[in-house]
Design a protein around this ligand. Structure first.
Ligand SMILES: [Zn+2]
Ligand SMILES: [Zn+2]
Length: 309
């Protein structure tokens, strides 16, 4: 399961209600910040998330509304004496921009907390025991942009009725079976995990796309995910403007969600020129399970029953 906290949902410039782009993804005990627009650190405080256990920032691209909060966040980490290494990932172009930005403030390699800047190519980013992160290319203006996928691994769960039938008590023996080990019961019987497990359960999957100018190349990359987070900067009546500015309309986001068979559609990067209900209604013509996100909204992403797809 992943938990999302929407920290900033505005398009390009903040409004009274919306901060600039930032999304916190919690996976197990790890936390990832996807984009870090100006003011993100205050949004984190208002959301009650604080700064501890934040080790990774994943950047979609280097436009200012997505990265300008990094310097303030880094300064605050230093003032709070939180000196764990922070890894900042993005495309080569994005990471090079961040390197120049930080060097202009503190000098090359002299930021006040330990940083690791990691240029990514589309493909795997990180493998953890229970989930993995990958990135994929996204087209947006002249940027070298990336989207991110989070996938928990499929798992088998121990079945209570089988554990009871074998007389396996709660405690260390069950823990060893859950960890994939065979056990010997006090009466000498040998029990393997396969004897007490249920069928393979699919893992939860999440795709996050920052700014994008088209959806055709994305359908295969986000196909079947339980949750898709994507921008919806314009409405169809302003489609010419959307093309000029290299952004999507809500209708295009809805069409993508329908074509890719996702579970839920969460729209962000919302322009102050529209009413959120109008944005939701336009996307819902194509994909009904849609929500226009507000700052501080929280969402849990779990695996859907695949039978429902
Ligand atoms: Zn943007
Ligand atoms: Zn952009």
């Amino acid at each position: 399961m992943f938990e999302l906290t929407f920290l900033g949902t505005a398009a390009t410039m903040p409004s009274a209600e919306r901060g600039l782009q930032a999304l916190l993804v919690a996976a197990d005990s790890d936390r990832y910040l996807v984009d870090c627009g100006e003011g993100t650190q205050r949004q984190m405080l208002r959301a009650g998330s604080g700064f501890r256990r934040l080790r990774h920032v994943l950047l979609t691209h280097a436009h200012l509304d997505h990265v300008l909060g990094l310097a303030g966040l880094i300064s605050t980490l230093r003032l709070l004496d939180l000196r764990d290494e922070l890894t900042i990932c993005g495309s080569g172009q994005t990471v090079a921009f961040v390197r120049r930005l930080l060097a202009s403030l503190w000098g090359e390699g002299r930021a006040p907390v330990p940083l690791r800047l990691v240029p990514l190519e589309p493909g795997p980013v990180l493998d953890r025991r229970d989930y993995r992160i990958a990135c994929f290319p996204v087209r947006h203006s002249i940027t070298d942009s990336l989207g991110y996928r989070f996938d928990t691994l499929p798992r088998r769960h121990l079945r209570a009725e089988l554990l009871a039938a074998y007389g396996i008590p709660a405690g260390p023996l069950r823990a060893r079976l859950a960890a994939g080990e065979a056990i010997h019961l006090p009466d000498g019987r040998h029990v393997t995990p396969e004897m007490v497990e249920g069928p393979l359960q699919p893992g939860a999957s999440l795709a996050i796309v920052g700014d994008t100018e088209e959806v055709e190349t994305l359908a295969d990359l986000v196909r079947g995910v339980d949750a898709l987070v994507i921008e919806a900067t314009f409405l169809e009546r302003d489609v010419v403007l959307a093309r000029e500015r290299n952004h999507l309309t809500a209708a295009a986001a809805g069409r993508l969600a329908a074509a890719a068979g996702v579970g839920a559609l969460y729209l962000q990067h919302i322009s102050g020129r529209y009413d959120a209900a109008e944005v939701a209604a336009e996307a819902a013509r194509f994909f009904p399970n849609v929500r226009v996100m507000s700052d501080f909204d929280r969402v849990q992403v779990t695996a859907r029953s695949r039978a429902a797809i």
